[in-house]
Design a protein around this ligand. Structure first.
Ligand code: NAD
Length: 350
């Protein structure tokens, strides 16, 4: 039996509509100034679908386009989301392995990526993902030349650099989800410990997403109270190692989820949806995201690397970077990550 996804595939669309509704006389066409928001998600695996469903439930787009290299899985995911239409804000959902489906997107979110194979070096993984991004980024840029590009696939900082190079877009329009998720894990752990709402915890992890991310201890506050100076005022002793063990717990929490359920999805889904909202609704909110970091905190101007720094996000992408105070150790670690990434990128030949 032929499967259909909508009445228009049965050839009934326009006739049925005319039978139910009569147009107003002298009706004007829709306002040309009304902006429809279109988001495309590339890769409909665990992460892509968590992002897609959060975008739908949070009513962030008028149109959602999905792309994946596996046509059956892609169509299955599209139908499954379409079948929830009765419970969701109205959003047109379409899907195709052909990038034409993404045309005129406001935001393209890339989650497609090769997974690390046992024994494979980081550089080999990057090389495989570079080949994949060569298939993905140029058509996205061609079909949506004014879009914002948001990279989620790992290793996110290097892949954001690759997406920037392959797209030819200005750097403010190419962003990596970076440490936005690490920072949310950090806020959760602190909030859980202090029994407060995580939304009242201001805490940033910056730098490279993952193992070598840097926790900005001096800028952490809870309900407006700076944490480190409050500990000092109350003469509560703390050791640098204790703080470092908390940072490691943040990094380890991702590995724990992967060990237990095989992948991470819900938190990255909410994290990316929060970035989509700040960007497309021009919220000017501060998020730690991966951006072109050369020239910041002593990163040399010739090191074209993407690293996470707290940035003001809006409809134009990265609007500016917050002037946070880093200790000498924090900025040294940032520069060391920048150097490592630059060395990897130099071997890519793009
Ligand atoms: N930045 C972060 O904070 C963060 C968090 C979690 C996961 N991730 C990363 O997100 C990526 C996706 O993770 P996942 O669990 O969804 O993986 P997954 O294997 O479930 O999904 C990947 C999808 O990409 C598709 N794909 C592969 N090549 C493609 C191509 N050329 N064109 C279109 N689609 C293609 C696959 O068919 C698959 O559906 C990984 O790189 C993962 O490491 C990043």
């Amino acid at each position: 039996m032929k499967k259909v996804s909508s009445l228009s595939e049965l050839g009934l669309g326009d006739d049925v509509s005319r039978a139910f509704f009569r147009p107003l006389q002298q009706a004007a066409p829709p306002s040309p100034t009304k902006r429809q928001i279109k988001i495309s998600v590339i890769g409909t695996g665990n992460v892509g679908m968590a992002i897609a469903q959060t975008i739908l439930t949070q009513d962030l787009a008028d149109e959602l386009a999905l792309v994946d290299a596996k046509p059956d899985k892609l169509r299955g995911e599209m139908l499954d989301l379409q079948h929830a239409a009765a419970f969701l804000p109205r959003t047109k959902i379409c899907a195709s392995p052909d990038y034409a489906v993404t045309a005129a997107s406001d935001l393209c979110i890339i989650t497609a990526g090769a997974r690390q194979i046992a024994g494979e070096s980081r550089l080999d993984l990057v090389q495989r993902n570079l080949a994949l991004f060569r298939e993905i980024v140029p058509p996205l840029a061609r079909y949506s030349p004014d879009a914002l590009l948001l990279v989620v696939s790992n290793p996110v900082d290097v892949l954001t650099y690759i997406a920037w190079k392959l797209s030819g877009f200005p750097p403010n329009r190419v962003i990596g989800s970076g440490t936005n998720l690490d920072s949310s894990r950090f806020r959760f752990l602190l909030a859980d410990h202090l029994e407060v709402n995580a939304q009242d915890v201001q805490a940033y992890m910056v730098g490279e997403h993952g193992d070598s991310s840097v926790a900005l201890w001096s800028s952490i506050s809870v309900g407006g109270v700076p944490v480190l100076s409050s500990l000092e005022k109350h003469q509560i002793a703390y050791e640098a190692e204790v703080l470092e063990s908390i940072r490691k717990a943040v990094v380890g929490s991702a590995y724990e989820v992967i060990r237990l359920k095989g992948y991470t999805s819900w938190a990255i889904g909410y994290s990316v949806a929060s970035l989509a909202r700040s960007l497309l609704r021009d919220q000017h909110r501060i998020h730690p995201v991966s951006l072109l970091a050369k020239g910041f905190y002593g990163i040399p101007d010739d090191h074209e690397v993407f690293l996470s720094l707290p940035a003001r996000l809006g409809r134009g992408g990265v609007l500016s970077v917050a002037n946070v105070q880093l200790t000498d150790e924090e900025s040294n670690r940032l520069r060391s990550s920048a150097h490592t990434l630059w060395e990897i990128q130099r071997q890519l030949g793009i």
